[in-house]
Design a protein around this ligand. Structure first.
Ligand code: COA
Length: 164
């Protein structure tokens, strides 16, 4: 049974992430979306909120072999706990490569059983990032091009709450 992890902050999850999830789920037996707690990024949604948002979205998208979990600490330790040997990463633009290459080498050094598999982001998703989506939402722009409308509404509500 091939188990893979797709780790990230997912603050919030976007169409770019959902595309990677959809494609990765077709090449493994079980895909676990790993929500990194990642306080350094100062996320707008708590990890519990991100868990709920992604869980609801998985139901909407009807992914059968995909789960979502929160993890703290090192990715390789989470992978070991989940019996996962594959780390899925999306590559968008050339500038992602240096950082992703470095991370995959470090993870390999930390645990030689871990393999990182890169999926190239679809053309239309190559420029999406959660930070840009939050900035566009804050400035009143249309974010429904970048993420499902239900999540867009939650983000706008959350941003309005935190503004005051
Ligand atoms: N489509 C759309 N957006 C994408 C994307 C895709 N396919 N792939 C990445 N992104 C976006 C993310 O939304 C994120 O945007 P943001 O910075 O504006 O929030 C950005 O690209 C960077 O993504 P990424 O590099 O994947 O960062 P991340 O925060 O999503 O995840 C972890 C990084 C969680 C995988 C990494 O920090 C980690 O493994 N942490 C655990 C601790 C650990 O083991 N550290 C040692 C690892 S070397």
């Amino acid at each position: 049974m091939i188990v893979a992890i797709f780790p990230g902050t997912f603050d919030p999850i976007t169409f770019g992430h959902l595309d990677i999830i959809s494609r990765a789920s077709k090449i493994v037996d079980k895909l676990i979306i790993g929500i990194a707690v990642n306080d350094r990024k100062n996320p707008i949604f708590t990890s519990e909120e991100r868990l709920q948002i992604i869980r609801n979205q998985l139901k909407v998208s009807n992914f059968q072999n995909v789960e979502v979990k929160i993890f703290n600490g090192l990715l390789v330790d989470f992978m070991k706990r989940e019996n996962a040997k594959i780390n899925i990463r999306g590559l968008r633009v050339a500038s992602d490569f240096t950082y992703e290459f470095q991370m995959s080498c470090i993870n390999k050094k930390l645990d030689e059983n871990v393999e990182t598999v890169f999926l190239a982001a679809l053309e239309g998703n190559q420029f999406i990032s959660s930070t840009f989506v939050k900035e566009i939402a804050l400035l009143g722009g249309d974010i429904e091009k970048f993420l499902p409308s239900e999540i867009a509404r939650l983000l706008i509500t959350k941003l309005n709450q935190t503004k005051h």
